[in-house]
Each structure stands twice: as structure tokens, then as C-alpha cells.
Design a protein around this ligand. Sequence first.
Ligand code: BGC
Length: 462
Amino acid sequence: MVAAAAAAERVVAELREACAAPAARLNEVAAAMEAEMRAGLREEGGSKIKMIISYVDNLPTGNEEGFFYALDLGGTNFRVLRVQLAGKETRVAKRESKEVSIPPHLMSGNASELFGFIASALAAFVADEGRNQLFQDKQRELGFTFSFPVRQTSIASGTLIKWTKAFSIDDAVGEDVVAELQTAMEKHGVDMRVSTLINDTVGTLAAGRYNDEDVVIGVILGTGSNAAYVEEASAIPKFEGELPKSGNMVINTEWGNFSSSCLPITEYDQALDDESLNPGEQIFEKLISGMYLGEIVRRVLLKIASQSTLFGKVNHTKLKTRFILRTPDISAMHHDETPDLKIVAEKLAENLKIKDTSLETRKMVVEICDIVTSRSARLAAAGIVGILRKIGRAVPGDERRSVIAIDGGLFEHYAEFRQCLESTLVELLGEEASRSVAVKLTKDGSGLGAALIAAAHSQYQH
Ligand code: BGC
């Protein structure tokens, strides 16, 4: 048993070392992120980070009014929303929504099936309006949040560059996703105009700004990860055409595809990437987002099981099943405060069929969760610092308040992750500069944000 513990401890020690993200390394990551951002703004294809021009050049003011629909597609569920905006005083007067889970086969089928499924749910939701004369003689308008990399061609059109997360529908790549949605809606008899196409980070930024005018960055830390921010339009060399009156342009960085030799990458990340739906892509996302953290931990546990007898006689079938350990599971284990780590024992037994673990073994598992999650939170903080530096925020001499709106289950539900991200920001920015920086959980940015931006681009706007 001593030998088993030593072998397992060696695996953990190697993991700790390979995942190390001390401040010096994070500063390199932030600098590399900033350099890639500049390269991506200079020319199309100039960087692995796409730095997508969103065509959102004005963020909500609070004066928005009217009924708007929103559609939020980006994970295993999609949502349809109907929002009533009622100006400065009342703000959101009413918000109704319906969430629908996407059958897994539609995530890798063909585009018309997926959009048809969505349009039929939308049709049912619209029918719910009942006899209320919400729109009278006006056409319904919809803000579409589509949370994948899209080459935006206008505020209401854009072609899919590639799928990420668990999606892989080949015939949609290169197509205009708004046209696909619009066609599906017509087939299902939904009379509605898609007035805006946005990314969830842009929605989060917009919803954050609606409530706090100092919000300058929107970040998603959920199944996937990404950030958007407000850039000066004149600082975007690749931008063609007339500069917007506001002088600003929201940029969707698509930082998930960032990669750099300064990232702490382990053998587990390498294998996860090799076996993923999109090898070689979304490297930063694979290190930090909720879709992958549980899977990294599973791979470490599998290695321990194959190199030691610490878990006793284990049937490896479960342990070898990809994505069987999810990030909510590792969060539950990480936050286990029972004296004998009962929750860890339960999770190991239920999910992986690893039974009868000793307290020492459970502590080791908690440490693995901690190593993987801290690396993730610290890297996410470094990414945010890279953006702040790019826009000259929270640097010596900058007195402005800078607020970062963050949404996503990883940030919302994983307290250790959130605390680590916040403390790392202070560590990297310094006590003084970090006093002007605030991080705000902005729930449902992708739904509300789409409605807000749809309002700003309404055809009935004067
Ligand atoms: C996508 C982004 C999205 C992020 C968060 C990533 O996989 O590429 O467009 O913003 O996930 O949903």
C-alpha cells in the first residue's frame, strides 16, 4: 500500500509541476494574449484569435423599449425568450423563457434538422403569446445569440467559421447561420425578423453595461470560454468602411483558440486534445472551460489507477469512459467539507465505481481537482489582464473604474474557481490598480443582451 501511495503521489507531484502557473508565467500569458489580440486586429487571419468585429458599436443605455424575442444557442440546451423592455425606470418589465435540451444526435447531424428543431420550439413559444396584442401591426423581431466563432458580415448576418464544444455539423460550416434560421422559421410559419446576430460574450457585455456603465469586458466561463470587449474603432486596422459614430466597436476575441508556448500543458491535455472533436483547436478553452475540467481530472485518476493499486481492484470500464466525470462533480468534491470527505467517496463510487477509498486517497483526489481548477482560474485571470492591458485599463495612471461582466456555470457555481480567479486578478494587477477593477456575475447575459441589442437595431427605431 505504501508503494501504491508513493506511485500515486508521484503522478500528483508531476501534475502539480506541469500545471504550475506562477505570476511570472501568467504575465507571459497576458503579454502573449495582448500581442495576439493586436495581430488579430491588424488583419483577417493575423492570429489564432479571430478578433471578430461584432458590428455592435453602441451598447445599451437603459432607454430601450418594446417587446423582443431572443434565441440563445450555444450549449446542450437552447432557450427562447420574450422580453419586455420598459425604459430607464422599470427596465425589464417582463421576461418569459423556455429552455429546451438539444437531442445529442442533432449536435452532429445536419444544419436543417438542428434549425428545424429550434424553429419548431420557437413556433410553440410564439403561440403562447395567446390573444395578447403584443405586436399589433408590427413584425416580431429576434436577437439571435449564437455562441460559436462566426465571421460576422453585418449586425444581422455571419458565416460559421467552425463548431466548438460538443457540436460538429459539417454542412453548416461556411454558411450564414441567420439565413439558415430564417429559412427554418419560414417553414414553421414563424413570422419574425432576425435583427441581430451576436455572440454570448457580446450579450453578456451588453447586459452588464445595461446595469453598470463601467462594464468594458464580457467573459463567458461555462461549457466553453471566450471574451468580448469594447475597442476603439480606430485601433482596428482590418476594419473597412466608415468608422462608427460612437468611435467604438465591440470585438469578440474568440480567446478559446489562443495557444502559446507559455501555457502550462500536460500529457493529459495533449491526449484530451488529440481525442477531441477538434484536435489542435481551442487549446486555451480546453485548459479552462467547464466542458473539459472534469475530463482532465478523470484522465489523471485513470493514470493513477493504471500505475498503482491505490483505488483497490477497480474495473476500469467507467474510468475509461470519456466525459463521465463532469465539472459539477469535481466542484462537489472540491467543496466537500465533511470530515471524512463523504461526498468525494460518493462521487468516486457513483461515477467511477471506485469504492472503499481511504481518507488519504480522497484528499489526494481533492488536491487533483484543486490543481486542475486553479490552473484554469489563473489562466482565465491572465486572459482578462491581457485584455485590460490592451485597452490601457487598470494600468498606472488609469483612474477609471473597469467592470468585467462574467457569466457561465463554471464561474457561477464553482466557488473555488471564482475565488481563485478574483485573487489572481489582484495578484497580477497589484493591490492598488485592482481597486478600480470589479468582477460582476451577469446572469443570462446571452438572453437579455440579445434582446437589448435587437432593440437598438429595431426596424421601428427612430
Ligand atoms: C465559442 C465562443 C463562445 C464560448 C462560450 C466557445 O467555444 O467558440 O463563441 O463565446 O464558447 O460559449
